[in-house]
Design a protein around this ligand. Structure first.
Ligand code: NAP
Length: 259
């Protein structure tokens, strides 16, 4: 299917690895020029070069921390005039409700709620002026099916979800389409780190930890960054203009929900 976005320009945050990389790759495959971002310049440069070589699109690299005001200022300057924004950042750490102090909450809210909101605030006016835009926020399955030990993520990302629910409907009349993509368990470095922690705690191999977790998913496997990226690219496509303010769960059926 031709996604109808060849020649458009996208900012994909936190995209040298994992789900962000999957989104960058799928957009590049559709002919979209990219601004890619991550904190570590080395892996970012390698990812950008691989995408240029594979898809022949222009790729600009901005190495910075998207969760800081300075990092966002750098990204916003580089991304002036973009048609597509994909927001992403690392997730907050797990823990227990009674352990988190005000500072932990402020960090989670800054990274996983205010960062995407500030990027939308900066970049959507240009999209509105040009009458076309797409925003995809990478959130989490925890927004629909909260994970007890991820209280910081549940809270901060639910705040973003509430903001998007209203805002997506305010910008849609101007041709700007905003949706959230909710990953369940996907095979990325983050998933490996979680499996390694379980393996160490329970004295089992990482393969065993992974197999146990995969067994809890009706699809009986982890999702892939490629599958995730394909859905992201579709939501950024010409065909997605009637999908407004949705929370799309990609979890292999893990959350047992009717809606
Ligand atoms: P990942 O494999 O660890 O990749 C994270 C990517 O983001 C890397 O490119 C990393 O590069 C970059 N990054 C992290 N923090 C950043 C920051 N502050 N500023 C700029 N770039 C940053 O992670 P992932 O699995 O793709 O997860 C992406 C998001 O989805 C996270 O918020 C995660 O909580 C959420 N999620 C993931 C899963 C899953 O199963 N994978 C499930 C639910 C939710 P640098 O380290 O060089 O910055």
């Amino acid at each position: 299917m031709d996604l109808g976005i060849r020649g458009r320009r996208a900012l994909v945050c936190a995209s040298s690895k994992g789900l962000g990389r999957g989104c960058a790759e799928a957009l590049a495959e559709a002919g979209v020029d990219l601004i890619m971002n991550a904190r570590s310049p080395g892996p970012l440069a390698r990812a950008a070069e691989e995408i240029r070589a594979a898809h022949g699109v222009k790729v600009e690299e901005v190495a910075c921390d998207v969760t800081t005001e300075e990092g966002r200022a750098q990204l916003i300057a580089a991304a002036e005039g973009v048609d597509i924004l994909v927001t992403n950042a690392g997730g907050p750490p797990p823990g227990l409700w009674s352990d988190w102090e005000r500072e932990d909450w402020l960090a989670a809210i800054e990274a996983n709620m205010l960062t995407p909101i500030m990027l939308m605030k900066a970049l959507m006016p240009g999209m509105i002026a040009r009458g076309w835009g797409r925003v995809v926020n990478i959130t989490s399955q925890s927004v629909r099916a909260p994970i007890p030990q991820l209280g910081l993520s549940n809270g901060a990302r639910t705040g973003l979800t509430g903001f998007v629910a209203g805002t997506a409907r305010q910008v849609a009349p101007h041709g700007v389409i905003v949706n959230n993509l909710l990953p369940g368990i996907h095979a990325t470095d983050r998933a490996d780190a979680l499996d390694a922690a379980v393996a160490a705690a329970e004295n089992i191999t990482i393969e065993e930890a992974r197999a146990r977790r995969a067994a809890t998913i009706p699809a009986r496997r982890y999702g892939t960054p490629r599958e995730f990226g394909a859905m992201c690219a579709f939501l950024c496509s010409e065909h997605a203009g009637f999908i407004v303010g949705q929370n799309i769960l990609l979890d292999g059926g893990a959350a047992n929900l009717t809606m």
